[in-house]
Design a protein around this ligand. Structure first.
Ligand code: NI
Length: 186
């Protein structure tokens, strides 16, 4: 199990620390999330179709997790790739369309860049039209982060909420097995 863990950690140079601002304008860093399982999605509030679907999936997964007494709670986390338009107030209004449980983060261009770089998220803003509107092309992936703040799994757009739930269940079981194992060795 330990070997398995080291192998997967070696493979996964994904994830890392971030320092951002939440929808209430308060600073939130990756350290603040230690101790929690987190399902992280990068997107932007003006996204016409894909992000809304992914946000609904994010909520569906966390709701299913909540109904399963055997699973630890899962925190749905959204980080914008469009900090120019997604101010804390805009993020707050956007999250209201989905669930009050989601935490939404934004920041300066530099802060957001650092977060996307850590997760190897690609994003690129397209040209502005006459109304100053633009589309941001971006990676569509959900990242699972364990209570130690480590990236453990990812789920692409084609994964259903049920498949993400299965992935979460497996990751939690592995994590717990490893914890119990190292506890016995102490
Ligand atoms: Ni999108």
């Amino acid at each position: 199990m330990e070997k398995d863990r080291r192998r997967s950690l070696g493979k996964a140079a994904i994830g890392g620390s971030f320092d951002l601002i939440d929808q209430d304008g308060k600073r939130m860093t990756s350290e603040d999330l230690l101790g929690k399982w987190v399902l992280l999605y990068f997107g932007f509030s003006h996204c016409p179709d894909i992000c809304p679907e992914e946000m609904e999936k994010l909520v569906k997964v966390t709701d299913m997790v909540e109904k399963d007494p055997d699973l630890p709670p899962l925190l749905p986390l959204f980080i914008t790739v469009d900090p120019e338009r997604d101010t804390p107030a805009v993020v707050k209004a956007y999250l209201k369309e989905f669930s009050p449980k989601i935490i939404g983060l934004t920041g300066t261009q530099e802060q957001v860049h650092a977060a996307t770089k850590a997760y190897r998220v690609y994003f690129s803003a397209g040209p502005k039209d006459g109304d100053n509107d633009y589309i941001v092309d971006h990676t569509i992936i959900m990242y699972l982060i364990n209570p130690e703040g480590e990236f453990v799994d990812y789920f692409g757009q084609l994964k259903t909420a049920e498949q993400v739930l299965t992935g979460y269940t497996i990751s939690v079981a592995k994590y717990n097995a490893l914890k119990n194992n190292s506890w016995f060795k102490l």
